[in-house]
Ligand binder design. Structure first.
Ligand code: SAM
Ligand code: DTB
Ligand code: SF4
Length: 369
């Protein structure tokens, strides 16, 4: 058995990952039962509060402006729209809202003030609140915590080595810095990654090693299966086999016994049987609603049917510890100079996708004349 004090080596995690699948699922299920109620699944509603037009070059992402993915680009959503979407989701069993913005990083100003209003509005609806807004400074994270945010999501996405093949516009270290800023602000950390981007098993384990190197393990770990989107550099990537998703979830569960492990993007690519194996292997959370940020997700009715079939129920909101947690005072006034890096190496397939996008846009302009 394992606990949060086990010192893991890469070799030991590889042995866990590579053992016979039935043994792996069984052991993960045992760990899962030790720390979690296996019949409860935490349900989060994702809301894309600012869609598309992002300056970054993340090779998997349909929201990067440089790729031609045809998604509708939107300005920051009005506070009221966020709150009404959240109310409906709460009635359908979601205990948490996760707001995503296609930003490189949070910038102080009007938009950030609007996000703070969304956070406090959602807190007043008695929901848990999570945000994923790109890189944040400690003072921005503290302001979010003061407004009532519970979790901040920022994925390390993959191993430090493979990261350089996927993203060139910001470094792996920037990601770690953001996670440490979030940790210092008393927010809970949500960080995980994606499988199915062409990475090796070593990289998958490297991603878990990256999370182990943080000062504390993330309270929540999303495991996304790549949703290959036309126009992105990873558009031709084959859908990752469900067996790999199950292995990754089970391994994550064993290495991080106390964390929530979220079966995140890619569920429409899986059968209900496949998802059931993920729950058996220790997945304890999903995203609800028929859309993730821009790509499809099984709708709430379909998920309810699956839950009924498997005897699962959505878990209640966690006990609120706001007030017990000492939020570092701050921040509201003092501004921090964010020194995010721009590594600027080139990734050939990302450059090719950018060029393809530019050409398509040129053609469309010509046609419109
Ligand atoms: N802009 C912010 C950032 O990058 O931190 C927040 C939004 S970003 C879309 C959140 C995460 O979604 C990414 O880190 C990545 O793990 C996941 N993601 C994005 N596109 C995906 C795709 N096509 N398939 C699977 N996961 C994806
Ligand atoms: C996470 O790890 N997965 C979610 C959430 N955090 C923000 C996002 C998945 C996005 C999938 C692609 C899309 O819908 O645009
Ligand atoms: Fe932008 Fe986030 Fe997409 Fe990267 S993952 S392109 S930062 S929205």
């Amino acid at each position: 058995m394992t606990d949060n004090t086990t010192t893991w080596t890469k070799e030991a995690i590889l042995d866990v990952y590579n053992q016979p699948l039935m043994e792996l699922i069984f052991k993960a299920a045992q760990v899962h039962r030790e720390y979690h109620d296996p019949l409860k699944i935490q349900v989060s509603k994702l809301i894309s509060i600012k869609t598309g037009g992002c300056p970054e070059d993340c090779g998997y992402c349909p929201q990067a402006a440089r790729y031609h993915t045809g998604i509708e680009k939107n300005d920051l959503m009005p506070v009221e729209e966020v709150l009404s979407t959240a109310k409906a989701a709460k009635e359908n069993g979601s205990s948490r809202v996760c707001m995503g913005a296609a930003w490189r990083n949070v910038q102080d100003g009007e938009d950030f003030e609007q996000v703070l209003k969304m956070v406090s509005g959602l807190r007043d609806l008695e929901m848990e609140v999570c945000c994923t807004l790109g890189m944040v400074t400690e003072s921005q994270a503290t302001r979010l915590a003061e407004a009532g945010l519970h979790y901040y999501n920022h994925n390390i996405d993959t191993s430090e080595e493979y990261y350089k093949d996927i993203i060139s516009t910001r470094g792996f270290n920037d990601r770690i810095k953001t996670l440490e800023n979030v940790r210092k602000s008393a927010l809970k950390v949500c960080s995980g990654g994606i499988i199915g981007m062409g990475e090796s098993v070593d990289d998958r384990i490297g991603m878990l090693m990256g999370l182990l190197k943080l000062s504390n393990p993330p309270e929540s770990i999303p495991i996304n299966a790549l949703v290959p989107v036309e126009g992105t550099p990873l558009e031709e990537q084959e859908i990752v086999p469900v067996w790999d998703v199950v292995r990754m979830i089970a391994t994550t569960r064993i290495v991080f016994p106390k964390s929530t492990v979220r079966l995140s993007a890619g569920r429409t690519q899986m059968t209900k049987e496949g998802q059931a194996l993920c729950f058996m292997a220790g997945a304890s959370s999903i995203f609800a609603g028929d859309k993730l940020l821009t790509t499809p997700n099984p709708g709430e009715n379909e998920d309810m049917q699956m839950f009924n079939l498997l005897g699962l129920t959505p878990s209640e909101k966690e006990k609120d510890n706001t007030g017990k947690v000492k939020i570092r005072k701050a921040a509201s006034t003092q501004k921090e100079d964010a020194k995010w890096s721009r590594p600027g190496h080139t990734i050939e397939r990302n450059v090719a996708a950018t060029e393809k996008g530019k050409a398509i846009r040129r053609e469309l302009k010509e046609e419109a004349k």
